[in-house]
Design a protein around this ligand. Structure first.
Ligand SMILES: NC(=O)c1ccc[n+]([C@@H]2O[C@H](COP(=O)([O-])OP(=O)(O)OC[C@H]3O[C@@H](n4cnc5c(N)ncnc54)[C@H](OP(=O)(O)O)[C@@H]3O)[C@@H](O)[C@H]2O)c1
Length: 186
């Protein structure tokens, strides 16, 4: 994960309040790339499975562009989860997706979904893309990162983050990538 981009976003105190753990989940290449042409620049089935297992039966917050990419691929929002779509638009959504017109509203909607649809799940996942990661970064408690050991071309990057504020809690090296968890120092 690249550490040399602007780290200001990670330094701002957060107004995003919830009793649940706010968990960023991302796959990021060594050069910071997370996306290209509205999609991910790699296909790693183990990572898709890892994402599914981590997020199943939880609220998952994402930006409108990422949401539309999932609709294009799956034909529906992520099954078994409530998708909270951050957008300024008035989108129609199926039953397991809701829209939020800003980040605070997204946390409120995710809290409601956790309580009413997911057995009071204790985590809310923040699943990108770049604009949504950037907005939530100061509020995240944990980062679940798939570090992709490659430097692909891309047009979307994970925002800079202040590594000194985070502790590596676990690392599972695989062939060409690693599953890593970082916990914010409080
Ligand atoms: N590698 C990974 O783990 C990963 C994860 C997720 C996404 N991605 C990639 O990231 C790329 C998409 O990222 P992106 O940054 O371009 O788009 P995005 O964050 O998915 O969506 C951006 C949109 O979200 C809405 N939005 C964001 N912040 C908002 C706010 N505070 N208030 C209201 N609306 C807000 C706006 O929608 P409106 O325009 O409708 O107002 C904005 O245009 C794709 O390539 C995708 O594949 C990669």
């Amino acid at each position: 994960m690249s550490e040399d981009r602007d780290e200001a976003a990670d330094a701002t105190p957060s107004a995003l309040e919830t009793d649940r753990e706010l968990v960023g989940i991302v796959a990021v290449a060594d050069n910071g790339v997370i996306g290209r042409d509205g999609d991910m620049p790699w296909h790693i089935p183990d990572d898709l499975q890892h994402f599914k297992e981590a997020t199943m039966d939880h609220p998952v917050v994402m930006g409108r562009v990422t949401y539309e990419g999932i609709l294009e691929t799956l034909g529906e929002p992520l099954p078994g989860r409530t998708t909270v779509v951050v957008t300024s638009r008035d989108l129609e959504t199926p039953d397991n997706a809701v829209i939020a017109n800003g980040l605070e509203e997204a946390v409120d909607r995710a809290d409601t979904a956790a309580r009413e649809c997911h057995d009071d799940a204790d985590r809310i996942f923040i699943a990108g893309g770049a604009t949504v990661y950037e907005g939530f970064l100061p509020a995240l408690d944990r980062l679940v990162v798939t570090e992709v050991h490659d430097e692909p071309d891309g047009d979307t990057f994970f925002p800079g983050w202040e590594r000194a504020s985070w502790t590596e809690a676990s690392r599972d090296e695989r062939d060409g990538f690693a599953f890593v968890e970082y916990v914010r120092e409080r």
